[in-house]
Design a protein around this ligand. Structure first.
Ligand SMILES: [Zn+2]
Length: 618
């Protein structure tokens, strides 16, 4: 009976609505609190040993440099250095400090260190060698905790600016909210929702560089391709490279009108330009792409795991680019390594500001070329004093967001993590999928039979605190788990389409965390030894607790809007969906994070599920 009602449910929304609603999700989600002006926040650090006057002066000189040079050349951002020490051999010592994938992790937590300690490290290094350039390989923002996301990631940009960052690549998550929003992050201005506090956001004091992102119709760059820094008159070029496959990792609306060019070809193009036209011999590439390290426990892996396609890719990029690139500062894979590939240093600093890469270059005063280079990854620890300026900024936003973030919404009796078992199932994936099925099971939200959760959208764990047997869960914690603000979508799929989606997730060899997480009542077994694309037997798929009916043309499957887009791309590529199939799509008014939060509020203390929905055989 219920099924009949559900089949008659109105499914008026179209695919376009998925896109447009996704676009406004975050805007609707967020309540804007009043924030003190950035001036207040800057001044709160006045007791710091760090000289803020000097810092401010440096920043305004910077701003001028950005303005002038952006006007002169869209591809170039010049940066004159203020100091230029020379070592006793007459050669020039340059330090490059690098992070990647900070993702707005301003506050310390169980597994992150906090911006106030990272700031101390960076400032100490800078005071030791004024020829220090601070860079990021991208994903500074996006997929960030509530303290940053609630304020459109402005607090993170302010913190990185206070730390003295110079340049950053554009990560895929920089584009989560589209290019217009990233332009605002770079150049300042109020969010379309309104200004936070009395003053307009002033924008990043560091420059985003993106040599391979161009306007689709004009082929114009959207950010400068590179920047040139002069140390003792010697130019060093920094080229920014975005992930070529960014369109696969963010919502389609976010990259509408943009083209992402080949990474290797773009690097070679601008290396040539820097060498031939600007006399730059020393080049550093900031690339938001990276490999996997061979030993994931080690901080300074010198070898990449060559069983991983991501490692193969970044090695190919390095091997096929001009030898003038001294260093590739990589990101995106959240790994720590420090490798030498074909004569170039290739580094990555884990993620979330936990590790800092210190790259030491010695440049010959005669030839003006790098004659020595080495790198080391350093753990950012909490046994140094907090940087009071950044600590003040974090405290300010922490107190503003506290009424929402600290609200207890439920409790857990075990650890819920994104870590998967051999079959690819995780306790947190189970919980999120169950919550999504629970809320989309009824008529008004799509009559779902099953929910599929994208494991790549699960960004944090929910663990018991200390030795507690039962711990409270706050809204802020749940937000860290699901920070994207996606709507839930219910799609109508037949059995072959469901099988195709499940088979597709098993293509990945790098990490099994790409396995879709499934709700209670759904289950299947996959065969590891079977060929890719043919690892699941349809008759073994269980739905609503019984074997799937191969003749039922319309199972209702819930996914978040980002996963739904991905699913459509997969099915389109496999010729399993057409325009009319999209009529069966119901975009609900439910936000993924609020669905999980509400599921907590309506449940007793949660115990992790045993992880027996997906099984694997060899
Ligand atoms: Zn990334």
């Amino acid at each position: 009976m219920k099924k009949v009602l559900c089949d008659k449910a109105s499914r008026k929304h179209t695919y376009i609505m998925v896109l447009s609603i996704t676009m406004v999700v975050f805007l609707i989600l967020v309540n804007i609190a009043s924030v003190a002006s950035s001036e207040d926040i800057k001044n709160s650090g006045s007791n710091n040993a760090f000289n803020f006057n000097k810092f401010d002066k440096a920043i305004s000189a910077y701003d001028k440099a950005i303005e002038i040079n952006l006007q002169n050349s869209p591809t170039l951002y010049n940066h004159a250095f203020f100091c230029s020490p020379i070592n006793k051999t007459g050669n020039i010592s340059v330090h490059i400090l690098a992070i990647n994938d900070f993702h707005g992790h301003l506050e310390p937590s169980n597994d992150t260190v906090g911006a106030e300690y990272l700031a101390t490290y960076i400032k100490r290094f800078k005071s030791e060698n004024p020829n220090t350039i601070v860079v990021s390989a991208g994903d500074n923002i996006g997929a960030s905790p509530l303290i940053s996301a609630h304020f459109h990631d402005e607090p993170t940009i302010k913190a990185l600016s206070m730390m003295g960052f110079d340049f950053s690549a554009v990560g895929n998550h920089e584009l989560d909210k589209g290019l217009d929003e990233l332009m605002r992050i770079q150049y300042g201005g109020c969010h379309p929702d309104g200004c936070l506090g009395n003053s307009s956001f002033e924008g990043a004091h560091f420059q985003y560089l993106a040599a391979n992102i161009v306007n689709n119709s004009t082929n114009d760059l959207v950010f400068p391709a590179y920047a040139v820094t002069y140390v003792h008159g010697v130019p060093i070029g920094f080229i920014g490279i975005a992930l070529e496959s960014t369109p696969m990792t963010v919502s389609k609306f976010a990259v509408k009108g943009l083209k992402f060019l080949n990474e290797t070809e773009t690097i070679n193009k601008y290396v040539k330009e820097l060498k031939d036209n600007k006399g730059v011999k020393n080049i550093v590439v900031l690339i938001h792409n990276g490999g996997y390290s061979q030993d994931r426990k080690s901080l300074n892996n010198t070898l990449l795991d060559h069983n991983s396609s991501k490692s193969m890719h970044i090695s190919d990029v390095v091997n096929n680019t001009d030898r003038s690139v001294a260093v590739f500062i990589t990101g995106h894979t959240h790994q720590a390594y420090n490798a030498l590939i074909n004569g170039s240093l290739v580094t990555q600093a884990d993620a979330q500001g936990k590790v800092l890469t210190d790259i030491d270059l010695v440049i010959s005063n005669e030839t003006h070329a790098v004659i020595e280079k080495k790198a080391r990854n350093i753990i950012v620890s909490r046994d140094v004093p907090k940087d009071s300026g950044v600590a003040g900024l974090v405290m300010r936003y922490k107190s503003l967001v506290a009424p929402i973030a600290d609200k207890v919404i439920g409790s857990i009796k075990g650890n819920f993590t994104a870590e998967t078992n051999e079959a690819g199932e995780s306790t947190l994936g189970d919980l999120i999928a169950d919550a999504q099925l629970y809320y989309t099971h009824n008529l008004s939200y799509g009559c779902a039979d099953v929910a599929f959760t994208d494991p790549e959208g699960i960004r944090s764990d929910l663990n018991l605190s200390g030795s507690e047997r039962q711990s409270n869960v706050t809204y802020g914690q749940v937000f860290s788990v699901q920070p994207f603000g996606n709507k839930l979508v219910t799609m109508t799929l037949n059995v072959t389409q469901i099988k195709d989606l499940l088979e597709n997730q098993l293509h990945y060899s790098d990490n099994k965390s790409s396995t879709l997480q499934v709700s209670k009542g759904f289950g299947y077994t996959w065969n590891k030894s079977a060929p890719v694309g043919n690892r699941i037997n349809i008759s073994g798929i269980m739905i609503n607790g019984t074997s799937i009916d191969p003749n039922n043309p319309s199972y209702h499957v819930t996914m978040d809007s980002f996963m739904a887009e991905k699913a459509i791309s997969i099915l389109e590529a496999d010729n399993m969906i057409n325009e009319s199939s999209l009529d069966g799509m119901n975009v609900t008014a439910l936000d993924d994070v609020n669905v999980t939060a509400n599921y907590f509020s309506h449940s007793k203390a949660m115990n992790p599920e045993p992880g027996n929905r997906i099984a694997v055989v060899e």
